[in-house]
Design a binder for this molecule. Structure first.
Ligand code: ADP
Length: 171
């Protein structure tokens, strides 16, 4: 019998995902085992100048998580706590790569807690092989046509190739 929605353990994994990397996918796969449903919420952050549009980032996430059945990809522009209230979800999942992530993540978690006492942030530590990986590193490598096949899904690799087509051979 299908579980009633109110008893489901649902979490939101928010981020920029510009683009989604294997580090994000590792967190998504692991969180999808812990929660009944994981909403991957892509922030349309107007203060950043993203490489991929919100729609492109969402589509790449959908394609890269097509093997998982309990994932929903959504976008949001609001404050995270407002979005969570609207979706009636109380758990935020964030990934921690290294000590350098900690200060910012602690600040965010404390701020969100201050804004809404209904919200809890759960941290998942990165699998060591992805602890150096970030979207910005992927964008930088792709810009110079370096290899990214071990860092992102085939769909993202293809999308990066389209964004940064190889220059014509110099004569
Ligand atoms: P934001 O701009 O909100 O930091 P990101 O897309 O960069 O968005 O990251 C979203 C979340 O995923 C953050 O919690 C970040 O720490 C985590 N994350 C990013 N890269 C990795 C990785 N390689 N391993 C584990 N977690 C990661």
């Amino acid at each position: 019998m299908e579980q009633p929605v109110k008893n489901m353990r649902v979490a939101v994994y928010p981020g920029s995902f510009d683009p989604v990397t294997n580090g994000h996918l590792d967190i998504i796969h692991r969180a999808a085992k812990v929660f009944d449903k994981l909403i991957v919420a892509v922030l349309n952050n107007t203060s950043k100048n993203p490489l991929f549009t919100l729609e492109e980032r969402m589509e790449l996430l959908r394609q890269s998580t097509k093997d998982l059945t309990n994932i929903e990809v959504d976008g949001f522009r609001d404050l995270l706590v407002n979005y969570m209230k609207q979706r009636q979800v109380h758990v935020i999942v964030r990934g921690l790569r290294a000590v350098s992530d900690f200060e910012y993540e602690l600040q965010m978690a404390s701020t969100n807690r201050k804004l809404s006492d209904e919200v809890e942030t759960f941290f998942m530590t990165s699998t060591p092989q992805y602890s150096y990986l970030s979207s910005s590193i992927v964008r930088e490598i792709a810009k110079f046509h370096g290899p990214v096949s071990e860092l992102v899904s085939p769909e993202v690799e293809e999308a990066l190739r389209t964004k940064f087509p190889s220059p014509p051979n110099k004569i």
